[in-house]
Design a protein around this ligand. Structure first.
Ligand SMILES: [Zn+2]
Length: 111
């Protein structure tokens, strides 16, 4: 079994792409967390003053959503690479198993 996985993960020139991928995913996660925080802030401000001008905060969320969409496009343009979020092993798009061949963790979905 291990032999099959080694063959599938043998490519070495993927390192940079994989770093880009995990970097993008981290940035997307960060933006998503910030959106949650801004959402909370909007709720708080609205509670304190329903007439408060919340457009700046709403625009902030829109900006972040745009950024996330751009980064997701970028992710998709990095050709069919899947990285195990647990151990960092990279798999190319021919690897169709749902679980990491190295540590057995569930692999992330395409998006
Ligand atoms: Zn793994």
């Amino acid at each position: 079994m291990a032999g099959i996985f080694n063959k599938l993960t043998g490519a070495t020139d993927m390192t940079k792409t994989a770093a880009d991928t995990s970097n993008l995913k981290k940035k997307i996660l960060y933006e998503q967390e910030r959106i949650q925080e801004v959402m909370l802030e909007i709720g708080k401000q609205y509670y304190n003053n329903p007439k408060a001008d919340l457009s700046n905060l709403c625009n902030d969320i829109d900006d972040r959503k745009r950024r996330i969409a751009n980064m997701k496009n970028e992710l998709h343009s990095i050709k069919g690479l899947r990285v195990c979020s647990n151990c960092g092993t990279k798999f190319d798009d021919k690897y169709t198993f749902e679980f990491c061949g190295k540590c057995g963790a569930k692999l992330p979905n395409e998006d």
